[in-house]
Ligand binder design. Structure first.
Ligand SMILES: Nc1ncnc2c1ncn2[C@@H]1O[C@H](COP(=O)(O)OP(=O)(O)OP(=O)(O)O)[C@@H](O)[C@H]1O
Length: 326
């Protein structure tokens, strides 16, 4: 079967509120804070078709809620959600054309509790038009999953491996991994990342992957979306995000001089040596001056940037702008 056209996806000013906040959970007077019952508080973002996007956010930021909206598993309280091929995007809620093209898997693998794993796999094969049986078999062999067992008899890592298999073998034009790596040991996770890259190269599609293990997964990401307290803090290419920060390391006084005028995202000191994580990209003059003063200039990984930019009381870089907001 030919590879179908990858889906795009978009959220416009989406609010998702679960039930009502109790008085004790009512928001503090900080206008930047959402109440405890609000998972998404006006999220706007577009996911590019045919691209692997990392969806990052701290615990409770709203990642799962956003991914479930895109898969048509839940509806927004307000705002709009659309997914689909270019020129034919639509609301995925109860739209079989769109939901059959979207495969979301969660950590648990989403299997029928009382059935053998192979029965659940048969169900996925029946509802996913592009299901690749040969790929499913190869992955299950690679991850050493016994499909004759029921999910309760499988370890957490094996369940995650089944989830990864379902997502990849579905070849869905919109494939969503929501923390599917949980429970996998390091060798299995690395095998999982390699399989995603290999299959994506052969069958390009839109892949969204939420993960807390940013450092090891970042090689997969072409784009990144950072969700912070129910809002979209950043949506850009991974390279653009990397250019939001750099580090200076060296003798304290030389580093402080080289950092003059820059906003400090993080400071670390060991004896007389200081490392500063600074906002922005150094210009040629700054680079030359830092090096002449014996200061080492380095990049900052996505994980560090993600942690710094979502620090609860840190200033935040406003989306697509150089201005800062609290
Ligand atoms: N079914 C629900 N009922 C009530 N509140 C919920 C429900 N699902 C999520 N929430 C709340 O909505 C917020 C966002 O949750 P969500 O699961 O989307 O976050 P997340 O970024 O995926 O978090 P994590 O990384 O911890 O999985 C949290 O405050 C959570 O407690």
């Amino acid at each position: 079967m030919p590879t179908p056209e990858p889906f795009g996806a978009r959220l416009d000013d989406v609010v998702v509120r679960y039930g009502r906040a109790t008085p004790a959970q009512e928001p503090a007077h900080d206008p930047g804070q959402r109440d405890a019952a609000t998972a998404l508080a006006g999220a706007t973002v577009a996911f590019r078709p045919g691209v692997i996007t990392g969806v990052l956010g701290r615990n409770g930021a709203g990642k799962t809620t956003m991914l479930q909206l895109l898969a048509g598993l839940t509806r927004p309280t307000s705002g709009t959600v659309v997914v689909g091929p270019e020129g034919a995007l639509g609301d995925p809620w109860e739209d079989a054309r769109l939901t059959s093209g979207t495969q979301l898997v969660r950590e648990s693998g989403d299997l029928m509790e009382d059935e053998r794993v192979r029965t659940s796999l048969g169900y996925y094969a029946a509802v996913r038009p592009c299901w690749d049986e040969e790929l499913a078999g190869r992955l299950l062999d690679r991850f050493e999953v016994d499909v004759r067992k029921k999910p309760t008899a499988l370890s957490r890592g094996k369940l995650s491996a089944v989830g990864a298999t379902v997502a990849l073998a579905s070849r869905a034009p919109l494939t969503i991994f929501d923390e599917v790596y949980l429970g996998m040991d390091a060798p299995t996770r690395y095998a999982f990342y390699d399989e995603i890259l290999a299959d994506y190269a052969a069958h390009p599609r839109t892949i969204l992957l939420s993960s807390h293990l940013v450092e090891e997964a970042e090689r997969l990401f072409e784009d990144v979306v950072v969700i912070d307290r129910g809002r979209v803090l950043l949506a850009e290419s991974a390279d653009e995000m990397r250019s939001r920060g750099f580090s200076l390391t060296g003798p304290a006084s030389a580093v402080e001089r080289a950092a003059a005028g820059r906003r400090v995202l993080h400071r670390q000191q060991l004896g007389g040596t200081v490392q500063l994580t600074l906002e922005g990209t150094p210009d040629d003059g700054e680079l030359a001056a830092a090096r002449a003063a014996g200061v080492e200039v380095g990049g900052v990984g996505l994980q560090d940037l993600f942690v710094r930019l979502t620090e609860p009381r840190a200033e935040h870089v406003a989306p697509n702008s150089k201005e800062t907001v609290r």
